[in-house]
Design a protein around this ligand. Structure first.
Ligand SMILES: Cc1cc2nc3c(=O)[nH]c(=O)nc-3n(C[C@H](O)[C@H](O)[C@H](O)COP(=O)(O)OP(=O)(O)OC[C@H]3O[C@@H](n4cnc5c(N)ncnc54)[C@H](O)[C@@H]3O)c2cc1C
Length: 532
């Protein structure tokens, strides 16, 4: 493994790929690391609905207005304006004109989809599996760049900062400066430092800290925890979007689009009793967070493990034609949408908050940038408008990559720093400990820091999570380094960061709901800083 690079990009989803591509094209030597054993494995790969672009008749001002409305008063209007102006242009130039992502067409134009809370159809999609072709196209584009090196199956363990123990203690940087990361090669268990002049975190989301999530295994908040340990500022982590309906099956949870309810799917409890009409006049078509909370509450009250979603009153042929991908995937898991009700739960879906960044992805630490779901640009405020996250990851990834190269050019080569390889050799960690601790994290977060947050629940969660953190730190110091142990440590620290943000904010707004909380007052138009 090499020991130094110009730009280290951690993560290969939409944000990491865009960052790597931009930095490589501007002439930097780039190293890309992903913990996944398959380079495309990421939240990006599983994105279904689509990506916002600019259809005829749309304007940046119209898109801005929709995003700001969804964000419930907490969006940073300048960040939203930037996304609305530059994002759709980048989709056109890079994804459509250059990489030829096969977005669905209708006649001579694209097929523009209308999604919830958008004022016009402006979402491009590839059937109902849009993320995979975007991810493959970006990975292929990066592979064509000769100055991109790949570390697949390599987990970033920690960021290296100039205040780090193993670095020259005479260096004093304010704010702390990041000079790369400790990387764990999963195959061999070796941990080695990789020095970088610029480091870009693109590690994605954190859904796995919850019992139910639409996110794949790797979304455990690694980047949030690493940035926090290095001293970066985190923002708005209480705003976790929960999707109302995910299919319950033994391998995980499968996102079931809201279009199902839009097309007449009914929700009942596990015994078949409807209940949403008692909660909201629009019943199944009530806002996403209202439906998600009502299902959660009903499951708790009845001690039931799921609710039921039923669209089988529609003709089978129509269902297969309207929802081809979903019908197919449900069948793979043994459920037939056309023949009866299927079990569903609400599920953690998207983190609106993250590592605080500026328009070029710069964090509060020197030479560390962040892009994509791990970051908080201020675009989403308290709630995210559908199909804007791929767009945000693409744009901020791209801008971060370009800004990293500009920063390298502007600053003379820093003094050579030496970092010792770190090879702790201690006893292996019992996998039962890791499995059990994850259960505790996920249940605690789900029940106490999930859809309904009360003071009592948050207090209990704080005690449980705090004790668990101390215990994990103990065996983290003694245990053999593994991706599983790194992930558990990061998961608990990220859970605590969400807990802290949720406890500090007593105002129910957007995707953060406090029982007996203070109602939101008309909007302060700036993003609110939760310093963690
Ligand atoms: C089921 C589903 C459907 C969705 N549908 C849509 C949609 O239709 N439209 C939309 O805009 N958004 C959608 N989203 C949200 C969107 O997919 C994500 O927000 C976005 O893809 C995040 O991109 P990212 O590059 O930030 O992270 P990811 O795509 O998650 O990539 C993270 C990368 O970081 C790597 N990584 C993580 N930790 C480490 C570590 N410690 N060391 C090394 N590598 C690490 C991972 O292996 C991965 O390569 C959906 C999400 C899900 C789960």
């Amino acid at each position: 493994m090499k020991t130094a690079t110009d730009v280290l990009v951690i993560g290969t989803g939409v944000a990491g790929c865009a960052a790597a591509l931009a930095a490589a094209r501007d002439g930097a030597e780039v190293t890309v690391a992903t913990r996944a054993r398959e380079v495309t494995e990421s939240n990006t790969f599983y994105a279904q609905g689509g990506i916002v672009a600019r259809p005829p008749g749309d304007t940046p001002e119209l898109l801005t207005a929709d995003i700001v409305r969804a964000g419930d008063g907490l969006c940073d209007p300048e960040a939203v304006g930037l996304l609305a102006r530059e994002g759709p242009d980048l989709v056109r130039d890079l994804l459509i004109d250059e990489l030829r992502v096969p977005f669905d067409r209708e006649g001579a134009d694209f097929h523009w989809t209308l999604e919830g809370a958008h004022s016009m159809p402006r979402v491009l999609h590839v059937k109902d599996e849009t993320g995979a072709p975007i991810e493959r196209a970006l990975i292929d584009a990066c592979r064509r760049e000769k100055n991109v090196g790949w570390l697949v199956g390599t987990t970033a363990v920690d960021l290296l900062t100039l205040s780090h123990d193993s670095l020259d203690p005479t260096d004093r940087y304010d704010p702390p400066t990041v000079v790369g990361a400790q990387l764990l090669e999963r195959q061999t268990g070796e941990v080695r430092p990789l020095l970088a002049r610029e480091t870009i975190l693109a590690t994605g989301g954190l859904g796995q800290v919850y019992l139910h999530t639409t996110n794949p295994q790797g979304a455990r908040g690694d980047g949030i925890a690493m940035a926090r340990r290095a001293g970066a500022r985190l923002l708005n982590l209480e705003f976790i979007q929960f999707h109302p309906t995910a299919l319950v099956h033994p391998k995980g949870r499968l996102l079931l689009t809201e279009a199902l309810r839009g097309e007449g799917a009914r929700i009942t409890d596990a015994a078949g009793n409807p209940f949403l009409d008692k909660v909201h006049p629009d019943a199944e078509l009530a806002p996403r967070d209202v439906v998600a909370r009502a299902i959660h509450q009903r499951m708790l009250e009845r001690d039931e493990p799921y609710a039921l979603l039923d669209i089988s009153h529609k003709p089978a042929e129509w269902i297969r034609e309207r929802f081809p991908g979903l019908t197919h995937r449900c069948l793979e898991y043994g459920f037939d949408l056309t023949s009866g009700p299927i079990p569903v739960v609400p599920a953690a879906h998207y983190s609106c908050g993250g590592v605080s960044v500026d328009f070029d992805g710069a964090t509060t630490l020197g030479h560390l940038r962040a892009a994509g779901e791990v970051s908080c640009t201020g675009v989403h405020g308290a709630n995210r408008l559908a199909s804007t996250s791929l767009l945000e990851g693409l744009l901020w990834g791209w801008r971060s990559g370009r800004a990293a190269v500009r920063a390298i050019r502007a600053e003379p080569l820093r003094r050579r720093v030496e970092v010792r390889p770190w090879q702790p050799e201690f006893e292996p960690v019992d996998p039962a400990l890791i499995a059990q601790d994850w259960l505790v994290v996920r249940h605690t977060m789900w029940n106490y820091v999930g859809l309904l947050r009360s003071e009592k629940r948050l207090d209990r969660a704080g005690r449980i999570l705090g004790e668990l953190r101390d215990e994990i730190e103990n065996f983290y110091r003694r245990g053999t380094m593994s991706d599983e142990l790194v992930g558990l440590r990061n998961g608990i620290q990220t859970a605590l960061a969400i807990h802290r943000a949720a406890s500090d904010n007593r105002v129910s707004r957007g995707s953060h709901y406090r029982e007996n909380g203070i109602e939101a007052v008309p909007t302060p138009k700036r993003k609110r800083a939760t310093l963690l």
